[in-house]
Design a binder for this molecule. Structure first.
Ligand code: CAA
Length: 387
């Protein structure tokens, strides 16, 4: 029995910053951001969007096309948690109107969180093939105004339905995992912004990629040429480009061109949305499916990296007819309809969102109708509403 991704939905908030504007405001050469970092825009979450609301909005993209009664598991990976105890997934479950028998919880290991959820869901569906699992990654990447990491911020969520006989990507057996207890990126409880040793984190990312990619190929007796595409966790697109260069080292022209072309397709969404931590790898996958030209049966490698640090490489095979499950036009429209913020507007929105609203204050969303949002707390209980 094959198990894998049957549905996929992307959500990003309705505001963004243009990297050329940001570069000018920070006295940087725009090409450093556009080429050196590889980002052209970044989505910005205002106070009304958080890990819960974005996760609901991503799942709403496909919820009407699934049998909700079959969902036996709902796992949400995030490093933008909204409570130290209660799982963000419970708020999502209520909004989605899932049955009370669903098993639901939140997982955390930095940007690896959604891959952890995918693996849990894969095993769950193998044991319960008549049930399905919803897995969500939802994050706001915050380093702070005028910091080195500012250009690598972003906000958004990817939600997927994991199911037997999937319509998009069948997950292959096997994986290569690698972990080490290190301090490349972390966020202490008292801080709303991440702490990072940026240069060290990029070195570790590449080191973990080499280790897991080589180990996976050895385990499965595969050559690099067997892969039609490799998708990466993209904290910024240059990071994936560096990993992809490692992947094609010593490869002939045809293999190199193939993996370079697919990498170009896989980075398009990330280039405009920015880092969405847990969901970034799966946004790369969606971008590849929307912008690439892959045939059914194509082998796709997936490299997941979570600081702290945990890396994993695994693969999936594209299912015949996967194109029917993807809606590139709607996703492009979501990006195109975002409001461009001036740098001073972005700084206001960003700094306001660092604070919790006073208890009892009701927040309103300026997003379009049908969007879920965080409406403030009442008696310190978070309220979620749909516009
Ligand atoms: N034109 C073209 N390129 C230019 C340029 C110009 N005018 N000016 C500079 N560049 C290039 C540089 O040569 C450099 O390229 P290489 O990396 O290929 O050498 C690139 O632009 C970046 O320049 P710097 O290294 O000088 O940039 P920086 O000191 O501002 O730091 C950063 C960049 C380390 C990524 C920083 O933004 C950061 O700390 N980001 C957050 C951490 C992060 O995302 N780490 C990734 C791995 S960790 C992870 O994956 C988990 C996660 O999601 C956070």
């Amino acid at each position: 029995m094959q198990v894998g991704i049957d549905k996929i939905g992307l959500f990003t908030p309705n505001k963004y910053v243009d990297m050329v504007d940001l570069a000018h405001a920070r006295n940087q050469d725009p090409n450093k951001f556009l080429i050196g970092i590889g980002q052209s825009e970044m989505s910005v979450a205002d106070q009304t969007q958080d890990a819960v609301s974005m996760g609901i909005n991503a799942t709403m993209k496909y919820i009407d096309r699934i049998d909700k009664d079959k969902v036996g598991l709902l796992v949400l990976g995030t490093e933008s948690g909204i409570d130290q105890s209660k799982s963000a997934s419970l708020f999502v479950k209520t909004a989605l109107k899932l049955k009370p028998e669903v098993r639901t919880f939140e997982v955390k290991e930095a940007c690896f969180g959604l891959t952890a959820a995918v693996m849990i869901a894969r095993d769950f569906v193998r044991v319960h093939p008549d049930q399905t699992a919803i897995v969500i990654g939802s994050d706001i990447a915050r380093y702070g105004v005028n910091t080195g990491g500012e250009v690598t911020q972003g906000a958004g969520s990817v939600s997927m339905l994991i199911k037997a006989d999937p319509k998009i990507l069948a997950l292959n057996d096997g994986h290569s995992a690698y972990s080490e207890d290190i301090n490349d990126f972390w966020r202490p409880n008292a801080s709303r912004v991440a702490m990072v040793d940026g240069k060290y984190s990029t070195q570790v990312y590449l080191d973990f990629f080499k280790k897991t990619f080589n180990d996976y190929k050895k385990q499965k007796n595969l050559e690099t040429s067997a892969f039609d595409a490799i998708v990466y966790h993209l904290p910024f697109t240059k990071m994936g480009l560096k990993a992809n260069r490692i992947a094609v080292e010593d490869q002939d022209q045809a293999v190199t061109e193939n993996l370079e072309t697919s990498f170009e397709a896989s980075k398009q969404l990330s280039r405009r949305v920015g880092n969405i931590y847990t969901a970034s790898l799966y946004m790369s996958l969606l971008s590849l499916l929307e912008n690439g030209n892959l045939a059914a049966g194509s082998l796709i490698g997936l490299f997941s990296y979570g600081s702290g640090a945990m890396g994993e490489f695994y693969s999936g095979s594209l299912v015949e007819g996967y194109e029917k499950e993807i809606d590139q036009i709607k996703d492009q429209a979501m990006l195109d309809h975002r409001k461009k913020l001036t740098i001073s507007e972005y700084e206001d929105v960003f700094n306001t969102a660092l604070e919790d609203p006073e208890d009892g204050v009701v927040l309103e969303s300026d997003d379009k109708e049908g969007t879920w949002y965080f409406a403030g707390t009442q008696g310190h209980v978070r309220q979620y509403k749909v516009k």
